[in-house]
Write a protein that binds this ligand. Structure first.
Ligand SMILES: C[S@@+](CC[C@H](N)C(=O)[O-])C[C@H]1O[C@@H](n2cnc3c(N)ncnc32)[C@H](O)[C@@H]1O
Length: 319
């Protein structure tokens, strides 16, 4: 590696330490190549020439912290993304979920919420929404604020309406939003059973027992050790027979929980936690080990209470 490359490596480690020690965000186990690319991208948007020049600004300026978190977390998402996954869920898994008196769902890494509302729409159309409690978490407080608002650019409506049909939507997508000027607002009823909250998969614990976990397009940004940590959390959270849905480029192959999970649908990357008795019926189950439940950080559904926020000048982007 060149001197410049070595120096940049040192600077990146110092930057990540500053972020962790000052604000509690731990990016040390993110995939090195994409992290380097994202940091370089952020640097290019600033007047600074070296990664190390970001550090003093990060320590003393809340806006830089928010900008950096935004730059290091890729928030790309959309409604009914990979519609075949939603179609499969609605056709094959909803009838199973309907056998539970209540259903806990966790969207880990929910970004700005489109994935959460997509599932909520299909659950509502299937008559299952009322028995569901949906926990939608992300480490990025600004993404969560947008998720709570449920307001999106009208320009994406044609794409979403097509994906809704492909996902097996039973009615008309327009039944679920009101459009005004450049934006559309999703029906607030879709949010009634959703709790949006900060939760960091790199550092936080399991907080609820779940029947279905969505964690799509998040693990790809983590190194193997962090992927295994997160998958361990999911195994701990899932009831026996519960489902895990990963992104199209993610899999459990060679992971620490591979043995405990069965593939339900390869192309859709849907897995099911094995029953202890392996009969698949769940009868004569051994008592389930207790899930260590940590409380969600107190900022749940309250945009004014980001538990990691620190005093600083108001950020234009956060207003
Ligand atoms: C590409 S988006 C995926 C959004 C959605 N799941 C989808 O597939 O459309 C990745 C999300 O993971 C979140 N994320 C990254 N690291 C995280 C962590 N350690 N804990 C929780 N969320 C994280 C990012 O903030 C971002 O919103």
């Amino acid at each position: 590696m060149s001197d410049a490359g070595t120096l940049e490596e040192v600077e990146i480690r110092l930057l990540l330490e500053a972020l962790r020690l000052r604000f509690g965000y731990d990016f040390r186990q993110y995939a090195a190549d994409s992290l380097r690319r994202l940091i370089r991208g952020y640097l290019a948007s600033t007047p600074w020439r070296h990664v190390s020049e970001i550090i003093p600004h990060l320590l003393h300026d809340g806006c830089v912290r928010n900008e950096l978190i935004g730059a290091l977390t890729v928030n790309t998402t959309g409604m009914f993304r990979d519609p075949g996954v939603f179609r499969f869920l609605a056709r094959e898994l909803f009838p199973l979920l309907a056998t539970y008196p209540f259903v806990n769902i966790w969207h880990a890494g929910c970004s700005t919420g489109e994935e959460v509302y997509s599932l909520a729409i299909l659950l509502q159309e299937a008559g299952l929404y009322d028995r569901c409690r949906i926990y939608a978490t992300d480490l990025n407080p600004e993404a969560l604020e947008a998720a709570r608002a449920g307001v999106y650019p009208v320009g994406r409506l044609p794409e979403y309406a097509g994906a809704y049909v492909e996902a097996g939507g039973r009615g008309s997508f327009s039944d679920h939003y009101h459009a005004r000027y450049d934006y559309f607002r999703l029906d607030p009823a879709l949010r009634a059973n959703v709790l949006f909250s900060t939760h960091n998969l790199a550092t936080d614990a399991v907080f609820v027992e779940t029947h279905l976990i969505f964690c799509r397009n998040v693990l790809i940004y983590f190194d193997r050790a962090l992927q295994d940590r997160v998958l361990g959390l999911f195994l701990e959270s899932l009831v026996e027979g519960g489902f895990l849905c990963l992104g199209s480029r993610e899999s459990l192959l060679f992971s620490v929980i591979d043995e405990a999970m069965a593939s339900v649908s390869g192309p859709e990357r849907i897995y099911r936690r094995e029953f202890t008795d392996r009969s698949g019926r769940g009868e004569d189950r051994k008592p389930r080990r207790q899930v260590r439940r940590a409380a969600l950080p107190s900022g749940a559904n309250d945009p004014g209470q980001d538990p990691w926020s620190s005093p600083g000048r108001p950020c234009p982007s956060a207003s």
